[in-house]
Write a new protein. Structure first.
Length: 154
């Protein structure tokens, strides 16, 4: 497989992961696996949360796709796995580092995109239970949160 096809698959997978994340967050995390996600909304005592188990739910398929994608040269599975892994890294940086400040980086990022992300995630966390949620995505949030920030600046 040539590099351009691999890059296209990686980019397409990265973009598709936002939809996968939205669906997983809404129907799995706020559905039948709420018992793992609950502590993320209602708080916990330690650094780790049960919610962190979702890292493995996404990391294992990514690892396996990368592994099996390299066994017979570099085929499409490798690039799908890389796309999932890159989305996982972006999710970690945005969600755990930037929004929840589990690690003390990116504290002063105050551009309109970052303010919109924070606002949308805050609206998601105003619901302490699994019902009546909103803003289930991570990197692409509704435009109204960006407009709200722009109007506050103007």
């Amino acid at each position: 497989m040539d590099i351009w096809a691999g890059l296209a698959i990686t980019f397409g997978t990265f973009m598709a992961m936002e939809a996968v994340t939205w669906c997983t967050h809404k129907f799995v995390m706020h559905g039948f696996l709420w018992y793992l996600h609950r502590d993320h909304h209602q708080g916990n005592e330690g650094f780790f949360e049960k919610n962190d188990a979702f890292f493995l739910i996404f990391a294992i398929p990514s690892f396996l796709l990368i592994l099996f994608g390299t066994l017979n040269g570099y085929d499409f599975k490798l690039f799908i796995g890389i796309g999932i892994a890159l989305y996982g890294l972006a999710y970690f940086l945005v969600h755990d580092v930037f929004i929840h400040q589990r690690f003390k980086f990116f504290r002063n990022a105050n551009g309109s995109y970052f303010k919109g992300l924070r606002r949308a995630h805050k609206m998601h966390h105003k619901h302490l239970n699994k019902e009546h949620g909103e803003c289930f995505g991570m990197l692409f949030v509704p435009f109204r949160y960006f407009r709200e920030n722009r109007n506050k600046i103007l």
